[in-house]
Ligand binder design. Structure first.
Ligand SMILES: [Zn+2]
Length: 90
């Protein structure tokens, strides 16, 4: 039971750190827009939101689940399985 609590604490901390890092990105992007336009590659660096834990993951390295005509992206296999379980129940 102590291990479960510890995982919860680490999880919460890593999420808050990631959200802080994510917020600093848009400002930087806007400042250097003229330079990044030269090598525009829309496929690279695209991110999607993990519907289970809420973090943003690169679609290049994400664990993907195709559902109907949409593709969902997860940060890990664990999140993907959690989502499948959740939607199977509903
Ligand atoms: Zn996740």
């Amino acid at each position: 039971m102590d291990l479960v609590f510890l995982i919860g604490v680490v999880w919460t901390l890593s999420r808050s750190v990631r959200s802080l890092l994510g917020r600093s990105k848009p400002g930087f992007r806007g400042a250097r827009s003229s330079n990044s336009r030269r090598k525009a590659d829309p496929a690279k660096g695209r991110t999607a939101r993990d519907p289970v834990c809420g973090m943003f993951v690169s679609t290049e390295v994400s664990h993907q689940l195709v559902r109907g005509n949409e593709t969902l992206h997860f940060c890990s296999q664990a999140c993907l399985e959690q989502y499948e379980k959740k939607t199977a129940k509903a």
